[in-house]
Design a protein around this ligand. Structure first.
Ligand SMILES: *Cc1c(COP(=O)(O)O)cnc(C)c1O
Length: 478
């Protein structure tokens, strides 16, 4: 490495530390508009090179005002983790090591670490030790992998080889999915040729849980291959489907149960919460993320399949230039679509090693308590309605209980805008059962009680200003 390349590293290290140290004081969202960022960052394709430390300096200076505060302590708008520093450190090394992690021979180090991490994850999530895991970019791709295994398996069971012959002329598969499933699942269905509209949507209750009676009714008229997609942790309410009852019904019909547990599956790593997920361990596949509750840096997801053969059937292939590894050793590319890819096992290893079983459980439990603390603060304010029971780390809230629904949507939007402008915490709008809401999610390792209290003050102040504005306008009008 040249002196200048080394200087680029030193620059990157100093900038990274300064960014990290500023996380509690910087605004929790980007401050520049698209035009402003473009203005700073745009240049025509460079003809000549530039010195490495200068490249790093320019990049960091140019993007700074466009960075969101996901890695900070008061970012509550999305269900995403906070890129824990130790995971980032492991990820830096991952890049420096430059391992091609598709195969054992491409990186024995990665293959062995992934194999260890598979055991750790199944242990932490209390899932059967026979399951296989593929390391993906996130829960969307993990869902894709799991549903590919599901699709091939339910067709193979009736004598159709979808992996060889595709879906042309194949018997139809019945796919049932809760009405409040995450949009990413519908995308995965689309990629697999199962269609995002060619599904039976099952009615949900007011927390977004699949209604067992509605599922039973849908299954009465359904014979043939069946996949049922359930949810551990609804994106707005954090609710869990009633797995025990669903598992019994679906397995009676010979169906495959897939679980979207992008964040909520991690409730299983916490002794005080695991009962919320009872029965989910009897499913056939699970998709979850590392970059949410486990706090790995982006990107990292896990595709978990009970029947490892079904998993490999859907993903593995052979090529003459990819000599098979030994019997005992797991081939990373047999469990995901990619061959050349990042070694995601290293950051996962580092996070689990840093926090340990007890640290992971304590963090998850703390996030749920902090979510409840915020919901209690907001819920005790006049004119604020928490729309779900806070079982996990998530809730949705509407401001302005009086008046027609459009009015509540308006004041909720106005309150969110004020909170964003105040710049203490970051929240955003979502829709829940036809209502515009503010979603609040506590899921970053960096969030402490004082962050919740400061944020509650800010949100309540914003709501008071908005509601005072509305009463004044009303008085003027009358
Ligand atoms: C985040 C999320 C997804 C999508 O996961 P990615 O990691 O963004 O691909 C799917 N389902 C739920 C419930 C989620 O929270």
């Amino acid at each position: 490495m040249s002196d200048e390349q080394r200087a680029a590293f030193e620059e990157a290290y100093a900038l990274a530390m300064a960014f990290h140290d500023s996380r509690t004081t910087r605004r929790p969202a980007a401050t520049a508009s698209f035009d402003e960022l473009w203005e700073v960052l745009y240049a025509p394709t460079p003809d000549d090179g530039m010195s490495p430390p200068e490249v790093i300096r320019q990049l960091a200076a140019g993007v700074d005002a466009g960075l969101m505060g996901e890695a900070g302590p008061r970012f509550f708008a999305k269900v995403i983790g906070g890129s824990h520093p130790v995971g980032v450190a492991a990820d830096w090394l991952t890049s420096m090591w430059g391992q091609n992690s598709g195969s054992y021979l491409g990186s024995p180090a990665n293959a062995v670490v992934e194999q260890i991490v598979v055991e750790w994850l199944l242990d932490l999530l209390s899932l059967p030790a026979c399951c296989s895991i593929g390391f993906t970019t996130g829960a969307t791709m993990a869902t894709f992998v799991c549903l590919a295994a599901a699709r091939s398996t339910v067709l193979r069971q009736i004598g159709w080889n979808a992996d060889a012959d595709g879906l042309f002329g194949a018997p139809p598969i019945n796919v049932c999915i809760g009405d409040d499933a995450h949009a990413a699942i519908f995308a995965a269905l689309r990629y697999l040729g199962l269609g995002h509209d060619r599904v039976t949507r099952i009615a949900t209750d007011d927390a977004g849980r699949m209604q067992v009676a509605a599922l039973s009714r849908a299954l009465v008229s359904c014979d043939g291959p069946l996949i049922v997609i359930v949810q551990a942790g609804q994106i707005n309410t954090g609710a869990f489907d009633p797995f025990r009852e669903i598992v019994d019904i679906v397995h009676l019909h010979g169906g495959w149960i897939h679980v979207d547990g992008a964040f909520g599956l991690w409730a299983r790593a916490c002794p005080s919460l695991i009962q919320l997920t009872a029965g989910v361990e009897q499913a056939d596949s699970w998709a979850t993320d590392g970059h949410k509750w486990l706090q790995t840096p982006y990107d990292c997801g896990y595709a978990i399949v009970r029947d490892a053969d079904a998993h490999r059937h859907a993903m593995a292939y052979e090529a003459s230039y990819l000599p098979a590894a030994g019997e005992e050793c797991r081939e990373p590319f047999h469990y995901v679509p990619e061959l050349s890819r990042r070694a995601r096992g290293f950051a996962t290893w580092a996070l689990i090693r840093t926090l340990g079983r007890s640290g992971i459980a304590a963090m998850i439990e703390r996030h749920c308590l902090l979510a409840r603390r915020m919901a209690d603060r907001l819920g005790s304010e006049a004119g604020v309605e928490i729309l779900n029971q806070v079982e996990l780390n998530q809730f949705v809230v509407q401001f302005g209980m009086e008046g027609p629904p459009e009015r509540r949507d308006q004041v909720t939007r106005a309150t969110i805008k004020r909170v964003q402008a105040a710049g203490i915490c970051y929240v955003a709008e979502a829709t829940w059962h036809g209502r515009l809401v503010m979603r609040f999610s506590v899921i970053s390792w960096a969030t402490a009680e004082e962050d919740i209290d400061r944020s509650a003050d800010s949100i309540i102040a914003a709501w008071r200003e908005v509601s005072a504005g509305y009463s004044e306008a009303n008085e003027r009008a009358s």
